[in-house]
Design a binder for this molecule. Structure first.
Ligand SMILES: O=C(O)CCC(=O)C(=O)O
Length: 268
């Protein structure tokens, strides 16, 4: 039997050995209702960076609670066991697919979009609702991260899609597609090179996931790349604040001041 770390290493995605408490997930769900209410113009599948409790150029108007969720010690212990003790929080997103109309997410590798050098991130996907075949759970290709290479992504004609680019179908081995079915409160962790996607929500049940992105501090969040090489990303990441949640900045090149003070706090 493979252990937690071995599954992450070989498959690129592993389910956590525990669920979050009902009280915490209920609190997150309540925060999600408020987040959607406060951001009526943002599609609920693309609520970017609620963990940043200031208004930035692109993140959803949010509350400090999301930063607390992202700093949860139990979650950080899991992440530490996969990427080591020096952990930087640099991103998050709520992918909430409303019943019947929730959009799918095209096949992609997260790293295609991100200005991190060398490329490294562990994403924690928390199920705020059950995620299953009916409501568009995440799907992935086990082992697709192992080459540690980005495959080509093409532009998508649909301006309103969740992403602007997707992996060319010819580059996919669809026979290996695996569904990441999770109960409410369960969480999975995936690698930056993993090829994954999700289908639209055609069911009558909502499917919401809160994803938190952590990188080892041996990598650098490169704001110059963030500005000039945006690929399919709709916004500028050059002023995004990042947080060193555990350990030291091993690269000694990360900037933990940019983006933290120049914005006012919207709600406590
Ligand atoms: O929640 C989804 O359907 C997609 C999530 C995703 O692409 C990600 O977490 O990187």
């Amino acid at each position: 039997m493979r252990n937690f770390q071995e599954i992450y290493e070989t498959d690129g995605l592993v389910r956590a050995p525990f669920s979050l408490s009902e009280a915490l997930v209920d609190d997150m769900s309540e925060s999600l209702e408020k987040l959607m209410f406060d951001n009526p113009a943002i599609p609920p599948e693309s609520l970017i960076c609620p963990h940043i409790p200031y208004g930035t150029t692109h993140n959803a108007r949010s509350a400090r609670k999301w930063l607390e969720y992202a700093s949860n010690p139990g979650i950080l212990d899991l992440v530490e066991s996969l990427i080591g003790p020096d952990i930087i929080l640099w991103g998050s997103q709520v992918f909430c697919k409303p019943p019947n109309v929730g959009k799918g997410v095209p096949w992609h590798q997260d790293g295609h979009y991100w200005p991190i050098k060398p490329l490294a991130t562990c994403s924690v996907w928390i199920a705020l609702d059950p995620a299953n075949l009916d409501n568009g759970c995440m799907r992935y290709i086990p082992g697709s991260h192992l080459t540690a290479k980005l495959v080509p992504h093409d532009g998508i004609p649909d301006e309103n899609g969740v992403l602007r680019e997707r992996i060319s179908i010819g580059d996919l081995d669809e026979r290996k597609v695996t569904d990441n079915i999770l109960r409410k409160g369960e969480l999975s962790l995936h690698d930056v090179y993993l090829i994954h996607s999700s289908l639209p929500n055609k069911s009558t049940n909502r499917r919401a996931g809160f994803v938190i992105r952590y990188m080892p501090s041996s990598s650098v969040f490169d704001r110059v790349v963030g500005l000039k090489d945006q690929r399919g990303v709709q916004f500028d990441m050059s002023k995004r604040p990042i947080w060193l949640l555990r350990g030291d900045d091993k690269s000694k090149k990360n900037n933990f001041e940019v983006g933290h003070k120049q914005y006012y706090i919207l709600s406590a």
